[in-house]
Write a new protein. Structure first.
Lengths: 784, 155
């Protein structure tokens, strides 16, 4: 029977009440007394040398408080990169990323000057009045051109190659397997550049209190402590106890709000310089040229098979665009979040991955929902589909034939990861059922009768979530630990305040975290409140990304709650004059084994805070515990997806008719929220597959720089999705047995849809089309 | 500066605005009604939808002065008189029709306007009516479900 509260219940989201009544508090809803407004003058050219900046006329304009340029930030460091990848030739090249452009601009949108004025309009007008003498330089946009002697984005490092990284099985051994293979399938493909487009644009408000020397930054962040650490320690040299970072309600992140951005440091410092709070709110068109973009890989993948379609070896060669500067986690995305995923769900014995990361005159590229895992999955699932077609094997069958078998777990892949658990046959069986694959032929005939070409696409995915065991991440170049924290503060009357280092920006932690605590303590969910997003209130935590909140943050929460129960048990034993070992705890009541003695949760909590009758010799009063949890391994959610599409042969228009997802997320805390996470991921995956593309012209102008040109998925681009997460192989190494679900849809969906379109067009000899599958591209492919 | 007055959520309000001040700026700024959001600068996301004289309108696309004398309703005015969630709002909570909540006020206002005009919309009609509203979180699945549920509850 479905539970109505606690772990596994579809508890309604309590945060919805404020969001639905207009009383959410997003960063732009915050206005501080006396605040001034910032506007950034940004480069309109992709590459250029700044000869002079004349701010005299602008400074004299009404309302202008100050105009800052790079020289005003001379004491500050550059925006740091949080992950150093070591390639074949040593550590990656790491050029400085200044807050404001120093001598050169390197992408359209690069900030040149910061104008601070009494009103936003005055700041904008003054920014328009600044005159900048820029000598435009040839820009390099194409990655192949960039590493083939194109103009240098950073002269001081002498190359556009950030690193050249090889990983996995021995290259010679892998190559040898290709020599003798029965069949080799080779595919060149592009993973299209995307703009994350969380619906809330970024905002930063800096404030400074002269009396205490304390800085406060309100910002749209997924991880306020990470911002405090990076900005405080590396950019502005503000000691952490004098810097508070608040990320209140945040309107979606999808990775783009992980990173430390220039505007955060600029507003924080400017507030002190002008002695007023300084607020900056991005315009959407500004977001397009300042928020870190996603994906943008060009790859060649080759799969070697034997005569029965067993995978023998896999090799890939990828160019990954870094953009003009290294964003916070950019180097890790094509390497440790991509190369390590190339085994997918399959027992391929030899895998060699090569990645070259490249600087270009474009917006920095970093993690976007899935981060490296969608790129890996797309390559793998496309090449498998192509191989199946070439060899005349059914796409479901070829996958089943190569799956890691349930009895092979734990399974060590050739690309470092060791999967603890999974059952890929089970999710495939479930998919075949929920997608009614048996009925496809009839639906295809029905479509054909209407003149439409119907296709069925299948894809599987694996993802590594719950980033990360800190020691492993550190060995691979991470400059941070990746544990999570939780404080469980029991109040005197038994209600509970949870302070978590995780951050909710749509995931529903305010509902799910209490489900966990309430279940463990046997109290009502409504008795548990969650606090997050304010470094002044919560323990040091690494925030939310990489589907890590329940797997890592939830595990910290369990550990802290266990500590609470342990202490409460001691208090209860004292109250009942029993030995601690004889005290049992269930449904919010402590009782002595084999007796009718019991004491309720509320009485124990009150005793902790009114300790008149209390074991003072052995225990401290109070009931509050903190735990930090560093995971033992990644978690490995996996699934199988199917899509059916119709292609209009006259126009190339693709219609997504149905979509089914069978996922294994391990244990589930709230199935309603899990469904929602999958829906959202699928929606973004549909966007990548069919609609979205950040297109630069040869001069580095972003052609799809607004919603007029960048096609976001809308309600009538998608159908209802059939999602199922009843296949559950619980994670073996975290206390909740959970795996994470936030990115699955965005990872598994693009290859599923592309495979479906290729299936629809197979009779016409179409083998591959790069995303997005716009009508023009599909039509052109059909013409051969 | 010209002055403007209008009824917002049943309350008479007035203020001084610049000629170029948008309705959404007037609502979010002087009136402090920050439930109405801004998600774009090209009139395409729908985060800013409010009702003006019963019509759903993108408040980033209308000057405050154009709403002089109008009846304006925002997300803050959608609750029942006792403060509990109204039918459309409740349907969104019941059906998990929101995640980060940023698009939500616009979605609710758009949905309410649709259901005024068409109490029994088909799935296709709902999806078509939402063409001016972007959501990045939900994949639209539960938004459409929420609107279907609200329609059923209102009938
Ligand atoms: S803010 Fe009005 S449509 Fe986007
Ligand atoms: S709920 Fe986040 S944009 Fe719709």
């Amino acid at each position: 029977m479905a539970k109505d509260s606690g772990i596994g219940a579809a508890s309604k989201r309590r945060e919805d009440v404020r969001f639905l009544s207009g009383s959410g508090k997003y960063t732009d809803d915050i206005n501080l007394a006396g605040q001034a407004y910032a506007c950034f003058l940004r480069s309109s050219v992709a590459h250029g040398r700044i000869n002079a900046i004349d701010t005299a006329a602008a400074t004299a304009m009404p309302g202008v408080v100050a105009i800052l340029t790079a020289k005003d930030f001379e004491g500050a460091g550059g925006l740091p990169c949080g992950w150093c990848v070591t390639g074949k030739d040593g550590p990656m090249k790491e050029p400085k990323h200044p807050i404001l452009a120093e001598g050169k601009v390197r992408h359209v949108g690069d900030p040149i000057a910061m104008v601070i004025a009494d009103t936003k309009e005055q700041a904008q007008a003054a920014a328009d009045a600044i005159s900048v003498d820029i000598e435009e330089l040839p820009a390099v946009i194409d990655m192949k051109a960039a590493i083939a002697g194109g103009p240098l984005v950073h002269e001081d490092i002498g190359t556009n190659l950030c690193y050249d990284w090889n990983f996995g099985s021995d290259k010679a051994e892998t190559d040898a397997a290709f020599e003798t293979a029965h069949h080799v399938t080779r595919l060149e493909l592009t993973n299209n550049r995307l703009v994350p487009n969380a619906m809330e644009p970024r905002v930063a408000i800096g404030a400074y209190d002269r009396s205490t020397g304390e800085h406060t930054l309100y910002t749209t962040s997924q991880n306020p402590h990470v911002i405090r650490l990076l900005m405080g320690a590396f950019v502005l040299q503000i000691p952490e106890h004098k810097l508070r970072v608040v990320a209140p309600d945040v309107g979606g992140g999808f990775g783009s709000k992980i990173f430390h951005y220039a505007e955060e440091a600029a507003c924080t410092l400017a507030a002190k310089l002008v002695n007023r709070p300084v607020k900056w709110t991005a315009e959407r068109s500004e977001s397009f040229v300042t928020d870190a973009h996603g994906r943008d890989h060009v790859s060649t993948i080759e799969l070697a098979l034997d005569a029965e379609g067993h995978f023998l070896a896999l090799r890939t060669d990828t160019l990954a665009n870094m953009g003009a500067y290294l964003s916070t986690f950019a180097p890790s995305v094509p390497t440790y979040l991509h190369g390590t995923l190339m085994a997918g769900n399959y027992a391929t014995p030899l895998i060699n991955v090569n990645v070259r990361a490249v600087f270009t005159n474009t917006v920095p590229v970093d993690a976007y929902r899935g981060a490296g895992r969608p790129e890996a999955t797309f390559q793998l699932e496309r090449v498998i589909d192509m191989a199946a077609r070439e060899m005349g094997i059914d796409p479901v069958e070829i996958r089943r034939r190569n799956f890691i078998k349930p009895d092979q777990f734990p399974y060590q892949t050739p690309v470092a990861l060791a999967y603890d658990t999974g059952n890929y046959h089970a999710t495939m069986d479930k998919l075949v059922e929920i997608a009614d694959i048996a009925g496809f032929a009839a639906r295809k005939a029905e479509s054909a009768a209407r003149g439409k070409l119907r296709g069925l696409g299948i894809a599987c995915y694996i993802e590594a979530c719950g980033i990360a065991p800190s020691a492993v991440a550190g060995a691979l170049g991470a400059r941070a630990g990746l544990y999570e924290s939780a404080t469980v503060r029991v109040n005197a009357t038994g209600s509970v305040t949870v302070l978590t280092g995780s951050h909710s920006h749509g995931q529903g932690h305010e509902t799910t975290f209490p489900q966990v605590v309430a279940e463990m303590l046997g109290i009502d969910e409504g008795q548990v409140e969650v606090v997050h997003g304010d470094t002044g209130r919560i323990p040091f935590g690494m925030g939310t990304y990489g589907s890590r909140s329940i797997a890592v943050g939830g595990a910290a929460l369990v550990r802290a709650t266990e500590k609470i129960i342990n202490k409460a048990r001691k208090i209860a034993a004292h109250l009942m004059e029993a030995a601690e070992g004889d005290v049992e705890f269930a449904n919010g009541t402590f009782s002595v084994k084999g007796t009718d003695k019991s004491v309720g949760w509320g009485d124990v909590c009150l005793t902790a805070y009114v300790p008149h009758n209390f074991p003072h010799e052995t225990l401290e009063p109070g009931l509050e515990e903190t735990a930090f949890y560093d995971p033992a391994n990644f978690t490995f959610p996996a699934g199988a997806y199917a899509a059916e599409v119709e292609v209009d042969p006259d126009t190339g228009q693709v219609t997504l008719c149905s979509f089914a997802a069978a996922d294994d997320f391990g244990n589930i805390i709230n199935p309603m929220i899990v469904d929602g996470q999958v829906h959202g991921g699928i929606g973004q995956g549909v966007g990548q597959a069919l609609l979205e593309h950040a297109v630069y012209d040869a001069n580095g102008q972003l052609l799809s720089g607004s919603y007029m040109d960048y096609a976001m998925p809308r309600a009538d681009d998608v159908p209802f999705y059939a999602v199922d997460h009843s296949c559950q192989t619980p994670c073996t190494h975290n206390p909740l047995g959970v795996k994470g679900c936030g990115e699955a849809g965005a990872i598994g969906t693009p290859p599923t849809i592309v495979n479906a379109v290729i299936d629809a067009l197979a009779d016409r000899g179409v083998k591959h089309i790069d995303m997005p599958l716009t009508p023009a591209r599909v039509w052109a492919a059909m013409q051969g | 500066m010209p002055s403007v007055s209008m009824t917002v959520n049943g309350r008479q309000v007035s203020g001084e605005v610049e000629g170029r001040t948008l309705l959404v700026e007037f609502l979010r700024g002087p009136l402090g009604l920050t439930g109405t959001h801004v998600g774009c600068d090209t009139s395409q996301c729908g985060a800013c939808v409010v009702h003006v004289n019963g019509q759903d309108v993108k408040s980033c696309t209308m000057l405050a002065l154009e709403a002089d004398g109008a009846e304006v309703r925002t997300i803050e005015g959608m609750a029942n008189p006792d403060g509990s969630l109204g039918v459309v709002q409740q349907a969104f909570q019941d059906n998990h029709g929101l995640q980060c909540g940023y698009c939500t006020p616009g979605m609710v206002m758009t949905a309410a306007a649709l259901l005024e005009k068409n109490p029994d919309p088909s799935e296709a009609e709902i999806r078509a009516y939402l063409e001016g509203n972007l959501c990045r979180c939900t994949g639209y699945h539960n938004i459409v479900k929420s609107i279907q549920a609200a329609a059923a509850a209102l009938r």
